[in-house]
Ligand binder design. Structure first.
Ligand code: ATP
Length: 245
């Protein structure tokens, strides 16, 4: 038998403030060890999808009103976001959301808040191997450049030793060179640490260059999905998301 995917979102509906229907029967699957990209125009519901998985919807008056989210074979929709982190899912929010009046190191330690083991120090060293620049920055995180803040946000996620990282727009606000660097690190985190990644990105070209599989969302549901290679050569995807080239 084929193993079930690590993450399975089945036909979910999400409503904000009891009235605004944003996801309308969205389904997707993320197999263990893969990178999956979630593409779509502004407002398609990509961030909402990630928050439905991480449980952070609750903090914005949102709710999964239909369907199921399953992780490692168990239902997680409706459970507490901290419990979801404990089970191995960590969301790197759009806009980075690091704590600007804490140091880099303090931000990294925060990522480990659900852990009870004594290997935090060694994991901080591992984060520094991925992001050597963070080791040199001893001041407050608020003074880091945009690229460094994005790296810190990803480093903080790694501190939770997640099985699955949900990444919302890691390229946002970064120069093309930094975007390349960040995506190179996304690929390494997947390849070297075996972390499964679900990636939301406006930069479809970059996302498809690192992903194994992709989904395209429109109006709160999936309208197209396929291998990254198939999507990258799909005429509609090219026209609407890859700038027509
Ligand atoms: P973007 O790239 O612009 O973030 P997106 O595809 O991630 O787009 P979402 O942020 O998920 O889309 O938003 C989908 C829809 O849900 C939008 O119409 C948005 O206005 C609405 N929405 C998002 N958050 C809330 C909220 N907290 N309360 C009410 N409506 C919301």
């Amino acid at each position: 038998a084929v193993a079930p995917p690590l993450l399975e979102v089945a036909n979910i509906e999400v409503v904000y403030n009891d009235v605004i229907l944003v996801l309308r029967g969205l389904s997707l699957a993320v197999p263990q060890g893969k990178i999956v990209a979630l593409l779509g125009a502004n407002g398609a519901g990509k961030s909402t999808t990630l928050k439905a998985i991480s449980g952070l919807l609750k903090t914005e008056e949102g709710e999964v009103t239909r369907g199921e989210v399953r992780f490692a074979g168990e239902r997680i929709d409706g459970i507490d976001p901290h419990e979801i982190v404990r089970r191995g899912i960590f969301q790197v929010m759009e806009g980075r959301r690091i704590i600007s009046d804490m140091t880099c190191l303090e931000n990294l330690r925060l990522g480990a808040y659900t852990r009870r083991d004594n290997e935090v120090r060694q994991d901080i060293e591992r984060v520094y191997e991925f992001f050597p620049r963070l080791k040199e920055r001893t001041g407050l995180a608020g003074y880091l450049s945009g690229g460094e803040q994005q790296m810190l946000a990803i480093g903080r996620a790694l501190m939770a030793r997640p099985k699955l990282i949900l990444m919302d727009e890691p390229s946002m606000g970064l120069s093309p060179l930094l975007v390349k660097e960040v995506f190179g690190i996304v690929r390494r985190i997947n390849a070297e640490l075996g972390v499964t990644i679900l990636l939301v990105e406006q930069n479809a070209r970059m996302a498809l260059s690192v992903a194994d599989y992709g989904y395209v969302m429109e109006g709160g549901k999936v309208v197209l999905d396929g291998t990254a290679a198939d999507l990258a050569s799909n005429e509609d995807v090219k026209e609407f998301y890859l700038g027509g080239h």
